[in-house]
Design a protein around this ligand. Structure first.
Ligand code: SF4
Ligand code: SF4
Ligand code: FES
Length: 527
C-alpha cells in the first residue's frame, strides 16, 4: 500500500493504482482523455501530465503508478502550462460546434477548457482543417470527424472488448481521422458504448441526437430489465419520460458496459398502450372503474369462489419480469391469505431473441427468473395450472405482468384457459391478455417503482422510482396489498423496503440482506 503526497495531501492507495486513480481517492482531479479504466493505456492525449518530484520531466498520470514516497504536483506552473498547451493543441482544428453539439453539457473538451485553459485561440478560423460531419457509421452511431480528438478510446473498445475492429485511425498529422474500414460499417451488439466513452461530441447516438439537452436530464440508478444479466444502468429522464439508458459501473455484473438491445429497450416501457385506470369488462368492453370498486369487486369474486369451490379454485401466474417484492407479495397473497397452492411463473423470451454471448448478453430475456426461483416459485407450473383449469378445478386466475396470449397464441390460450370463470390481469400495458380479462389493473413499470431484481448469478440489485407511474397506476405491491386488505381487513406493507425486509426475514435465500444494504452494486443471495 504505497503512501504518496499529491498537491500536499497524503494518500495511501492500493498497489498498482495509477496517479489518476490515486488522485481521485484524495479528491483531486487529473484531467484526462484517452485513459479509460476499462481499456488499455495508450498514453496518447497528454492531457494528464503531472509534475512528479525528482522526475526529469512531466509524467503522464495515466501510465505512472503510485509509489511510496512519491510527491506529485498537479497544479504546479509546469503542469498548468502543459495542460494549457495540450488543450490549445487539441482545439486548433476543433470546429465551433458547441451551440449545436449534442455533447454540450457533458463534453470533456468544454469542461477542461473552462477549468484548465480559458485562452483565446491564436489560430485563424479559416485555416481549420475540415473533415467529415454527421457520418452514419452503423449500429445507430453517428461520427463527426472534426470534433474527434483522436484519443482512440473507440478503436480500443472495438479492438479489446468486442474484438470486432470496425474503427481505425487513418491518415497522418492534422489529417488524422477516425473512420470505419471501407464498406464495413460498425456491426456489433455493443456499439453504443463507444458513444458513452467518447469524451467529446465526435460519436453520438442517432436516436438521442437533438432530442434533449443533457442538462435537463435527471439520473436514477437502476437495472436493465432486458435480460437475466441485469446490467447496472442509470436512467436519464425528464418529466416522466425516459430519454436514454446509460451503463453504470458494476464490477460484479457488467463492468462499464451494456448491450445495445438493453440500451434501446426503454421505448417499450413508455408506449401509447400504457394503462392508466383500472378497467372492468362490461358487455364485451373494458370500461374504467375506481380503485375502490376494483378491489371490492375482485375480493368479492375471490371470496365467492373460495366458499363455493375451495381455495385452490384461485391461482396466479407471475411473469419473470416481476420484481422480487412483487413475487413475494403475490406468493403470500395466494398461499397465506387465500390459502391456495396454485401458483406458477412464466419465463419467456421472444422468438429470434439473441442468445448467450461471452460478454454480457443472455438468452433468457427475463430480468428476475432467478429471483422467482429463489422464492421457491416453480420455473414451470403453467401446465399444471392449465390442466387444473381444464379439469374445472381452477376457476379464477390472477395474472401478474404475463402476456399469456402473446406467449401461447390466442388459440392455445383459449383452448387451455377458456374455461376460466374469472381473470384479473395486473399489467403495465393494454395487451392481448388484457382483452380477455374480466378486470385489468394498471401497474408501474420497473423504472417507476422501488424494488429489486436478482440476476442469473444471484446478484440482488435495487430498482429506484425514477418518476411516478402514469395516471392512476399503482405499484404492483400496493395493488396486491390493497386486494389483501379488501379480503381480510389486515393492513399490509406497500413500500419496496418494507416488503424486502419481510422477504429477508421469511425467505432463506434472502436471509441477511437488507434493502439499504444492497448499495450501488447489489449483494449476492445466500447460497
Ligand atoms: S471518436 Fe471519440 S472516442 Fe474515438 S478517437 Fe475520437 S474522440 Fe476518441
Ligand atoms: S446484457 Fe441484458 S441486462 Fe445487460 S444491457 Fe443487455 S439486455 Fe440489458
Ligand atoms: S490520459 Fe494520460 S495520456 Fe491521455
Amino acid at each position: 500500500m504505497p503512501k504518496l503526497t499529491i498537491d500536499g495531501k497524503e494518500v495511501e492507495v492500493a498497489d498498482g493504482l495509477n496517479l489518476i486513480l490515486a488522485a481521485e481517492q484524495a479528491g483531486i482531479e487529473i484531467p484526462h482523455y484517452c485513459y479509460h479504466p476499462g481499456l488499455s493505456i495508450p498514453g496518447n492525449c497528454r492531457m494528464c501530465l503531472v509534475d512528479v518530484e525528482k522526475a526529469p520531466k512531466l509524467q503522464i498520470a495515466c501510465n505512472t503508478r503510485a509509489a511510496d514516497g512519491m510527491v506529485v504536483h498537479t497544479k504546479s506552473a509546469k503542469a498548468q502550462a502543459a495542460q494549457k498547451a495540450v488543450l490549445e493543441f487539441l482545439l486548433i482544428n476543433h470546429p465551433i460546434d458547441c451551440p449545436v453539439c449534442d455533447q454540450a453539457g457533458e463534453c470533456k473538451l468544454q469542461d477542461y477548457y473552462m477549468d484548465y485553459d480559458r485562452q483565446g485561440s491564436r489560430f485563424p478560423l479559416e485555416k481549420k482543417v475540415h473533415k467529415g460531419k454527421a457520418i452514419d457509421i452503423g449500429a445507430g452511431v453517428m461520427l463527426d470527424q472534426e470534433r474527434c480528438i483522436l484519443c482512440a478510446r473507440c478503436t480500443r473498445f472495438f479492438d479489446e472488448v468486442t474484438h470486432t475492429h470496425e474503427l481505425a485511425i487513418f491518415e497522418r498529422g492534422d489529417h488524422n481521422r477516425i473512420e470505419i474500414n471501407p464498406g464495413q460499417p460498425v456491426n456489433n451488439k455493443y456499439a453504443g458504448n463507444v458513444v458513452d466513452i467518447c469524451p467529446v461530441g465526435a460519436l453520438t447516438e442517432k436516436d438521442f441526437r437533438f432530442r434533449m439537452r443533457v442538462w435537463y436530464l435527471h439520473r436514477k440508478p437502476s437495472v436493465c430489465g432486458g435480460c437475466e444479466r441485469g446490467c447496472s444502468i442509470d436512467i436519464h429522464h425528464h418529466r416522466g419520460r425516459i430519454y436514454r439508458f446509460k451503463p453504470r459501473y458494476n464490477p460484479d455484473v457488467n463492468s462499464y458496459w451494456m448491450c445495445d438491445e438493453g440500451r434501446h429497450g426503454f421505448p417499450a416501457l413508455q408506449q401509447e398502450t400504457r394503462l392508466t385506470v383500472p378497467l372492468v369488462q362490461q358487455k364485451n368492453e373494458l370500461v374504467a372503474e375506481t380503485w375502490g370498486e376494483a378491489f371490492r369487486r375482485s375480493a368479492g369474486v375471490i371470496q365467492n369462489m373460495r366458499s363455493e369451490f375451495g381455495a385452490n379454485a384461485i391461482g396466479a401466474v407471475l411473469d419473470a419480469r416481476s420484481t422480487n417484492e412483487e413475487a413475494f407479495a403475490m406468493k403470500k397473497l395466494i398461499k397465506e391469505t387465500i390459502g391456495s397452492d396454485s401458483i406458477a411463473t412464466l419465463t419467456w423470451s421472444p422468438p429470434g431473441a439473441s442468445g448467450d454471448d461471452d460478454l454480457l448478453i443472455r438468452a433468457n430475456k427475463n430480468p428476475n427468473s432467478r429471483g422467482l426461483a429463489a422464492l421457491g416459485l416453480p420455473a414451470s407450473g403453467l401446465e399444471s395450472i392449465a390442466s387444473a383449469v381444464g379439469a374445472g378445478k381452477l376457476k379464477m386466475l390472477i395474472v401478474l405482468r404475463a402476456d399469456l396470449v402473446r406467449v401461447m397464441g390466442e388459440q392455445e390460450f383459449v383452448r387451455k384457459f377458456g374455461p376460466l370463470d374469472y381473470m384479473l390481469v395486473l399489467s403495465t400495458d393494454a395487451n392481448e391478455t388484457c382483452q380477455m380479462a374480466n378486470q385489468v389493473w394498471p401497474i408501474a413499470a420497473y423504472p417507476e417503482l422501488e424494488g429489486s431484481f436478482t440476476n442469473f448469478n444471484g446478484r440482488v440489485q435495487r430498482l429506484y422510482e425514477a418518476f411516478p407511474p402514469p395516471g392512476q397506476s399503482l405499484s404492483a405491491i400496493e395493488a396486491i396489498a390493497r386486494l389483501g386488505h379488501a379480503l381480510d381487513g389486515v393492513e399490509r406493507a406497500m413500500s419496496g423496503d418494507t416488503v424486502f425486509t419481510q422477504m429477508a426475514a421469511a425467505e432463506p435465500s434472502f436471509k441477511g440482506l437488507s434493502f439499504e444494504g444492497l448499495g450501488e452494486h447489489g449483494r449476492d443471495l445466500e447460497g
